[in-house]
Design a protein around this ligand. Structure first.
Ligand code: NAD
Ligand code: IPM
Ligand code: MN
Length: 351
């Protein structure tokens, strides 16, 4: 029996609805396959926690998380109560950085049963590798000068090490897929970081003569995600570009509510973290209508990471079967609630 200790942080808003749903599904698939079990330890770190304690997690929060095999997170943020930069940098981004989760993998593919807004061919299957630790997300040297002429200064940090690591990861994945890497650039408008990014991309590509490469400016690339996503295999992008591209990747599948993500620690020193692409969706929180598929597919990515690819594949197949059968939430054209969709997935898993 393989047993896993998982730290669970439901977070805010719909995170508190889709995380329990995904854990029920995870338990069901573990039961069906046998030989694998999970113990979940729940951490209520969130904007509620912030209002009670003045911080998003306790001072020893990271120490506590360190001993788990993986972290399963819902979403963080309740901007009406806590400013986003405070809640996110106090929890989600803090964990990504301190635990050196330097790569964010975000797949997008044609998903059976989902209507896509695409006009062209919809048989796409792509993987965005998002640099997850630096880039445009930086506190270094930034500040706001107040006074009559207010100025906000925001630096971006692109290290050779961080850039190369993300790009190399993309090439490695491409070798196991269809052998093509697209780099998201913007070297026509951003004069330091993006020419540097292009140079590193070119340098790394020398080590992978069997992999085809293309560089596309992020503006055009965003348009191509809508007009011809089927041409992409692996796409590598900086932190911000990857963030934006993956919301597009989600919506071309059918909804922001279905896309999964994995924040990967590469050096084995810290746990990796699994959380969907979507946020806490305050506009629908508490209504029981959030789409659980993003969180459930995220559980599949956690299964893959733990070495249970076959179980993960089975899980995704069942979720697609259920979607195709018409049991779905309102964001993807159904009438189902979070609980109904989850129940249907569990029933079909056990069939
Ligand atoms: P969002 O992803 O929460 O919501 C965008 C839109 O998509 C909303 O209309 C929402 O209802 C819908 N949506 C999202 N997930 C859905 C689901 N599972 N089912 C059905 N509909 C869904 O993005 P936002 O509104 O920009 O952000 C809300 C809060 O979440 C903010 O505080 C933001 O900072 C935070 N956020 C957190 C994460 C994270 O923790 N990983 C990610 C993104 C945003
Ligand atoms: C995501 C989110 C976060 C990000 C925000 C909430 C800081 O949008 O995980 O996609 O930009 O990384
Ligand atoms: Mn995002």
């Amino acid at each position: 029996m393989k047993h896993y200790e998982i730290a669970v942080i439901p977070g805010d808003g719909i995170g508190k609805e889709v995380v329990p749903a995904a854990l029920d599904v995870l338990d069901a698939i573990a039961e069906v396959h046998g030989g694998i079990s999970f113990k979940y330890t729940n951490f209520p770190w969130s904007c509620d926690y912030f209002e009670q304690h003045g911080k998003m997690m306790p001072d020893n929060g990271l120490e506590t998380l360190q001993n788990f095999e993986a972290i399963f997170l819902g979403a963080v943020g309740d901007p009406q109560r806590v400013p986003d930069h405070v809640s996110l940098w106090g929890l989600l981004i803090k964990i990504r950085r301190e635990f050196e989760q330097v790569i964010n993998i975000r797949p997008a593919k044609y998903f059976r049963g989902l209507d896509t807004p695409l006009k062209g061919p919809n048989d796409f299957d792509l993987l965005v590798v998002r640099e997850n630790s630096e880039g445009e997300y930086s506190e270094i040297g930034g500040r706001i000068h107040r006074g009559d002429d207010e100025i906000a200064i925001q630096n971006a940090v692109f290290t050779r090490k961080g850039t190369e690591r993300a790009i190399r990861y993309a090439f490695e994945l491409a070798q196991k897929r269809r052998g093509h890497v697209t780099s998201a650039t913007k070297s026509n408008g951003i004069v330091y970081s993006m020419p540097f990014w292009d140079q590193v991309f070119k340098d790394v590509s020398q080590d992978y003569p069997g992999v085809q490469t293309t560089s596309v400016h992020i503006d055009a690339l965003s348009a191509f995600f809508v007009s011809k996503p089927h041409v992409f295999d692996v796409v590598v992008a900086s932190n911000l570009f990857g963030d934006i591209l993956t919301d597009i990747g989600a919506v071309i599948m059918g909804s922001i509510g279905v896309a999964p993500a994995a924040n990967i620690n590469l050096n084995g020193k810290y746990p990796s973290m699994f959380e969907p692409v979507h946020g806490s969706a305050p506009d629908i929180a508490g209504q029981g209508i959030a789409n659980p598929i993003g969180q459930i597919w995220t559980a599949k990515m956690m299964l893959d990471h733990l070495g249970h690819q076959e179980i993960g594949q089975h899980l995704l197949k069942v979720v697609e079967d259920v979607t195709q059968s018409g049991v779905k939430t309102t964001d993807i054209g159904g009438t189902g609630t979070t609980k109904q969709v989850t129940h249907e997935i569990i029933c079909r898993l056990k069939r």
